[in-house]
Design a protein around this ligand. Sequence first.
Ligand code: ASP
Length: 318
Amino acid sequence: MLIIASANGAVGIEAAMQVLKNGGSAIDAVEAGIRLVEADPAERSVGYNGYPNILGQLELDASIMDGGKLNSGAVAIMRGFPYAISVARQVMDRKLPHVMLAGEGAERFAREIGAEQWASMLSDEVKAIWRKRLIDNSALLDVGDMDEDSPLLDAVTMATDPERVAGTVNFIAIDGKGDICSGVSTSGWAWKYPGRVGDSPIIGAGNYADNRYGACACTGMGEMAIRACTAYGLVSYLRAGLPIQVAGQKAMRDLRDLGGDFIGGMNLIALDRAGNHVGMTTRAGSTYIYQHPDMDQHGEIERRLVEIPARWAGEARQ
Ligand code: ASP
């Protein structure tokens, strides 16, 4: 038994390990751990009180993957339901022939299964941060003037800064039977264009698990992980027989091949089926956490640095 998570999973990892110790499955543990992060008002990149899109609406993305059956469920741009991971799990578990539901369809499904719905998904503090950020950084001088047809392109480019206002939670668990599950939940980039979907709900991009080889989950600039199929890429390197450290480095280095004007930071956590684990990052000093059943508290490890030169709007960035 083992759980690894992004560092912001600290509020949930002990509870998740308890689920495993009580005989629960890796899927149960991942869901339990992520739900605690989604409910945490201090976490600004996941669930309730995450940073909203440019219109001030909180749109959540999440996915879960069962490495035994290669089964998965995902929701994208879902509003009003804080526990996105649980809705994603129900997409996987219910007798739906679908893997991902987005927008109004995801919300309809969430209502139909009786998922917890909250009238307000943002605190006044976060609303004030959003308003200030928009006024400080965008061409739109008065947020109150925005309507359905307001042009948002320039405002999004200016107000979105993936280095400072992004985040996501990753959990990967191996249970007592050796089954692996990976889960990812996020509010995505702060100030994103409405309807933007990141890597987190996309199987193979931000999330992948296969009992036979291992699992990987990403945080960072989702557009990059989508384009490089980062989570599946890492698992495919494990499948080719590479050790986890090498597989991680190769999956990160693949991101260097991406062209275009928008290249930001990327982080991943991964484990192989034997329980060897690794964290990779483009940002020095970033960490991830892990817990074995014999540990009362989780441990924290620095991720390995893999440099990917960042550029934004065509200009090199620090
Ligand atoms: N990967 C997330 C997304 O692109 C954001 C992040 O992890 O920083 O939506």
